[in-house]
Write a protein that binds this ligand. Structure first.
Ligand code: UGA
Length: 436
């Protein structure tokens, strides 16, 4: 089977390489020439564990290639995956201009039956709109079927998620097209991965509802954590005991500085927008966003509680990425928190294993001193603020850190340390919801 994947961002590249690894012939298309040149040279435009190797393996096997020529790429292919970005527009809706432009290019070029599959997260109704756009603008009298096949990949473990997903969702109207897409995922079907076969709108909604629910879990536990601090309870034990009820489940109940990344904030906003558009405001989602915003301020307040007013203070920030194992800083809590600390008069010395460059690009105006390791960041600092739970921060030489700091104080916004141990080591310490 020949497949074209349009858009070599996160979703497109992981899915393209994954499908090539299943044995398909995949051509990945992008309008960005520089990106394609780099991919052809074996360079991956972002950090994702294992992706470079997976791409190299499948390129070598002759199953994966890259091009900027969309017309040529889709000529040979029965199935076309749309994996372009759908960034948030200022009003919270999803910006579908890239999807529209791909649909119009396809309408120009296709001259035989194609199955067009949307993997990008798109608002409910978009797949039907794509079909209409193509049908109204096509140059040849050909039939197309559209399929919604949302992805559930997490950055940092996207390959594992692609190869061993919890479920595969395929939404469509044509049994023939659904069968073709099911066949692509046959290795997973054989491995007993649950398949949900449904209509277009339901498939689109599954993606938004899943991300919005996960985000709700995070905002919920963040609220509980802040209350735990006020009443002297320990959120870790609370979350553990809550999670023992299988109706709640133990995962995604870790408090922190708030969720970030390119998906949760955008998708929650887009679903809230869809609610408003349909005269059904989603009150829960509005609260999830408000709590997430407030969580940044809660973190800054913790720094102020532990080291007093910020003018004249140096804060060592460990972690800039929105979560570990990624260089992505999109909507990372660190963007807001570092900015607020500086606005309130603090000096910031920051360290992240791989996200420093992305952070600099996102906030070039911030006078942050970037350190080459956690110890350099801690040197002379009045507070160590953990914003991303990179594994390497779990086993720091804390005696050394203590001796380097101007004041031994830690705000552990990811709860990677045990409060009792930190106090024993002589740190003023506060986590999130650990009862202080
Ligand atoms: C998320 C979903 O988990 C994926 O299933 C989905 O496919 C993806 O969005 C997408 O829509 O493409 P991702 O954004 O990579 O994946 O990251 P997550 O691991 O879900 O984490 C999101 C944010 O929540 C991070 O900032 C993380 O630190 C935060 N988080 C997560 C918490 O604060 N507490 C938790 O318990 C879990």
């Amino acid at each position: 089977m020949h497949i074209a994947v349009i858009g070599t961002g996160y979703v497109g590249l992981v899915s393209g390489a994954g499908m090539a690894d299943f044995g398909m012939n995949v051509v990945c298309v992008d309008i960005d020439e520089e990106k394609i040149t780099k991919l052809k040279a074996g360079e991956i435009p972002f950090y994702e564990p294992g992706l470079k190797e997976l791409v190299a393996k499948n390129v070598k096997a002759g199953r994966l290639s890259f091009t900027t020529d969309l017309a040529e790429a889709v000529k040979r292919t029965l199935v076309i995956f749309i994996c372009v970005g759908t960034p948030p527009a200022p009003d919270g809706s999803a910006d579908l201009s890239a999807v529209k432009s791909v649909a119009l290019s396809l309408a120009e070029t296709i001259d035989e039956y194609k199955v067009i599959v949307t993997k990008s997260t798109v608002p409910v109704g978009t797949n039907r709109w794509i079909k209409q756009l193509i049908d109204e603008n096509k140059k040849n009298d050909v039939k197309v079927d559209v399929i919604s096949n949302p992805e559930f990949l997490r950055e940092g473990c996207a390959i594992e998620d692609f190869m061993r997903p919890d479920r595969v969702v395929i939404g469509g109207e044509s049994d023939h097209a659904i069968a073709i897409i099911k066949d692509i995922y046959r290795p997973l079907y054989l491995a007993e991965t649950p398949f949900v076969i449904t209509d277009l709108e339901t498939a689109e909604m599954i993606k938004y509802a899943s991300n919005a629910f996960l985000a709700t879990k995070i905002s919920f536990i963040n609220e509980v954590a802040t209350l735990c601090d006020k009443v002297g309870a320990d959120v870790i034990t609370v979350a553990k005991a809550m999670g023992l009820d299988p109706r709640i489940g133990p995962r995604f109940l870790n408090p922190g500085p708030g969720f970030g990344g390119s998906c949760f904030p955008k998708d929650v906003r887009a679903l809230a927008y869809l609610g408003k558009q349909n005269n059904h405001p989603m009150h829960i989602l509005e609260a999830v966003l408000t709590v997430n915003e407030r969580q940044r301020e809660v973190t800054v307040q913790k720094v102020k509680q532990i080291c007093g007013d910020l003018p004249g203070k140096t804060i060592a920030v460990l972690g800039l990425a929105f979560k570990p194992n990624t260089s992505d800083v999109r909507e990372s809590p660190a963007l807001d928190i570092v900015e607020r600390l500086i606005a309130e008069g603090a000096k910031v010395q920051a360290y992240d294993p791989i996200a420093e460059e992305e952070f600099k690009k996102a906030k070039p105006e911030l006078p942050v001193k970037y350190a080459t390791d956690p110890y350099e960041a801690a040197d002379g600092a009045h507070c160590l603020l953990i914003l991303t739970e990179w594994n390497e921060f779990r086993y720091l030489d804390l005696e050394k850190i203590k001796n380097l700091m101007a004041e031994p104080a830690i705000v552990d916004a990811r709860n990677i340390y045990e409060p009792a141990r930190m106090q024993k080591l002589g740190f003023k310490y506060t986590g999130m919801g650990r009862g202080n």
